[in-house]
Design a protein around this ligand. Sequence first.
Ligand code: UDP
Length: 405
Amino acid sequence: MRIAQVSYHTNPVAPLGGRHTGGMNVYVHELSRELAGRGHQVDIFTRLDSEHSEVTVLAPGLRLVQLPAGPPVTLEKELLTPFLPDFVAEMIRFAAEQGEDYDLVHSHYWQAIAAGEPFAKEQGSPHLVMFHTLGEVKNRARISEEEPGERIRRERELAASADAIVSACAHEHDLLARYYDADPSRMVSIPCGVDTNLFRPRDQNECRRELGIEQGRPVLLWVGRLEKLKGVDILIDAVGQLEDPEVLLLVVGGDEHGQELRNELQNQAFAAGLERSVRFIGAVPHEELPAWYSAADVCVVPSYYESFGLVAVEAMACGTPVVASRVGGLVSTVTDGVNGYLIPWRCPEPFAEKLEVLIRNPELRANFTRAARDSVERFRWEEIARRMEDLYGDVITDYGNEVVT
Ligand code: UDP
């Protein structure tokens, strides 16, 4: 198959852990790599955000195509909507110049979906979409800035016109049906994948030595894009309630765009007398993360909302138990009392209570560790890409096109 992946507002191969570079980037890059490895021709279209060349070959059968739309600098995604028509025109120009005829267009996040729709029409191919996050759901979590009405209106229209919608978990599927009136017969749930070769258990002491983390201290880890929706404030308050003063919380992620929140969190930790207990590491390259997960005793995901939550799955792949909010996709990956705990309330006390249980019980932790690694087998990329490939085939056939092999 010849497949166009569209990721407009963020470059899937950009450094991770920034304000706009997280799970979706990993997902688009890894899925595309896996599909190319299975013999498909994949082009990833993204907006040019620096003075780069237009086309980069990432692997055999896989190209990154960066196209101009608006100024060639990083911009907040909210400012990028006006340049969508330019981006569509550029995709059409590129496909014509290269003589490309895509069998299917797969778009990620509402802005890319808005661009992918006219592009797919022009190509005469079906449009498969993934929202990744939904404006209405973010607003209902009531913690991030208010998502604009335009986003929600466009999401509703795009959900109605897409040929197929993939959601990462059954919960997102329900939300699309409930808040967006999306047609359940055009929706399919396929979870995100995890690279189980990269994310695998390593010796804790060795990892701590490598990373300069004290042996003997109970270590909690948070990883992600630094934004309010991630609930790091709750976690810092929870650390303040733990009995053992030796507990160390490592906060991994965040770039210059998240500096304001980082300052706020640092002040919060300082005011609570936790300057020795909370360490801000900044963003860590994806390939180096397995050592951080393995160095930790528990990975904590205190998000107000999480549409899938790759971090929890990566931690479990490294054998690290997870304490997570009972929200969104986390409910489909963490099994309460088996490989971690799910916390129904977004407040520090219940997090502190479960963290205390795990910190004090090395045997329980060891049981969770064993279960954690087993529980991620179903997220192996080989399996996820195979399911996506089958879906692409079905969507193309339903559309009335044929895949020439
Ligand atoms: N990540 C990373 N380095 C960092 C922080 C995050 O590689 O410093 C990656 C992390 O490994 C995960 C992704 O960013 O793959 C975050 O994905 P998740 O689904 O947890 O959150 P999202 O970004 O989708 O909100």
